[in-house]
Design a protein around this ligand. Structure first.
Ligand SMILES: [Fe+2]
Ligand SMILES: [Fe+2]
Length: 413
């Protein structure tokens, strides 16, 4: 309502300057105020006197911002440049007529919302029909009468102001949605990384291992022909490959000496524990969670990262020849996500310093892994790693253990 009141303006004529051209002062009882007082009005008419009269009537009630032309050929250019709030447009003009200009305005996405009042002496019904079909907002009869002109201009400006208000509002909303989406995306990446790091800290490493494995996996996925979006999902999800270590007992995880066969079995359980930690919730569990929250939550099925992470947690220790764990899957029975992570994880383990070993040079790590081609590793993934070895070496250099804080957005390169 506030907008409407502001646009309707105060009642009673506002005289601005003397009426020195013989035209009658406005007696319509409507005057502009606020936003409308600054409204830009374009008048296009090949007769200068018609422009002068219309302008005079409008000035008499306070309008101050005009763009006018008698040249129909360049009228559209003027309108496009000046972006008026309303156009008063003559129909019958030489070279380019008003209908053609009106059609061009309606065809231009940047101009099509501008109200256009058709100014014509024509009583021809056909002309009016064509103007209406072409998108005319209203008609003004020549010779123009202020009691006709002023309220119609005011009404057109109210409509235009509403349109502008809505356009600004929707622009702001779009901006807010974009901002919130970025924030959500950033917090989602951080939550994944924090969870991965929590597992890494249990293993006495720095958290960089998960960053590097994620990057290697993303690179391998792209090299194997996956889309950038899938490769990014895989790279993020692979950070959680060892999240199941959270569920292992300290006594085994931090045991200084070699593990007993029973303890090795416990360690191997980190695959299934990890899977159950990150697997998207079943529908019933999700509904129960949602009933505890007043907010709407995205369906669990929509979370591709967690679904991929669950798959990777379960299968990253499977081996190509079937000798891995926990299921003893072989060849293509092992999901490609698990086969990719197996290569990335072992490459990183070999090329990283641990308390019990020094780092192996990347080329030597590749030679070492080549000896397990077709036994531990999928040959196709191993080939992809060899082709991208230069990029792997860059990641070793950039994300090595000696460097300072890790990059939380590692996959957008
Ligand atoms: Fe593992
Ligand atoms: Fe690992």
């Amino acid at each position: 309502m506030e907008l409407l009141n502001d646009l309707a303006g105060p009642r009673g004529p506002t005289r601005a300057g003397a009426a020195d051209d013989g035209a009658r002062p406005a007696d319509t009882g409507s005057a502009p105020a606020g936003a409308v007082a600054t409204a830009r009005i374009a008048i296009v008419d090949d007769e200068p006197i018609n422009i002068k009269i219309a302008r005079k009537y409008l000035q008499d009630v306070g309008y101050r911002n005009f763009v006018t032309t008698t040249e129909s050929l360049t009228a559209l250019e003027l309108i496009a440049r000046e972006k008026p709030d309303v156009v008063v447009l003559d129909i019958v003009m030489p070279r380019v007529d008003g209908i053609q200009i009106l059609q061009a305005i309606r065809a231009d996405p940047l101009l099509q919302h501008i109200p256009v009042l058709i100014l014509t002496a024509s009583t021809d019904v056909e002309t009016k029909r064509r103007a209406l079909e072409s998108g005319a907002t209203d008609f003004l009869a020549k010779p123009v009468d202020p009691s006709d002109l002023i309220p119609r201009i005011r009404n057109a400006l109210i409509v235009k102001a509403h349109h502008d208000h809505l356009a600004r509002y929707s622009e702001q909303l779009e901006l807010q949605v974009r901002q919130r989406t970025l924030e959500l995306e950033a917090s989602r990446l951080q939550v994944i990384y924090c969870l991965a790091r929590a597992a890494e800290f249990r293993d006495n490493t720095t958290g960089r291992h998960v960053i590097r494995v994620g990057r290697y996996c993303s690179l391998l996925a792209r090299e194997l022909g996956f889309t950038p979006a899938v490769a990014e999902t895989l790279g993020l999800a692979a950070q959680l490959h060892d999240v199941g270590k959270i569920g292992l007992p300290d006594a085994i995880l931090h045991k200084p000496g070699p593990l007993s066969p029973e303890e090795v079995l416990v360690v191997k359980r980190h695959c299934e524990i990890g899977h159950s930690i990150v697997a998207p919730l079943e529908d019933a569990a999700w509904q129960e969670l949602q009933s505890c929250n007043d907010m709407w939550l995205v369906s669990p099925g929509a979370n591709a990262i967690l679904a991929t992470a669950a798959l990777i947690a379960l299968t990253h220790h499977e081996k190509w020849d079937g000798s891995g764990y926990p299921r003893g899957l072989s060849r293509e029975m092992i999901p490609i996500e698990g086969r990719i992570t197996a290569v990335a994880d072992v490459f990183d383990a070999l090329t990283s310093v641990r308390s019990y070993k020094s780092a192996m040079p990347p080329e030597q790590a590749v030679t070492d892994m080549e000896q397990r081609r077709g036994a531990h590793f999928d040959p196709r993934v191993l080939d992809a790693m060899t082709r991208r070895l230069d990029d792997f070496i860059k990641i070793v250099a950039e994300q090595g253990e000696a460097k300072d804080p890790v990059c939380l957005i590692p996959f957008h390169r």
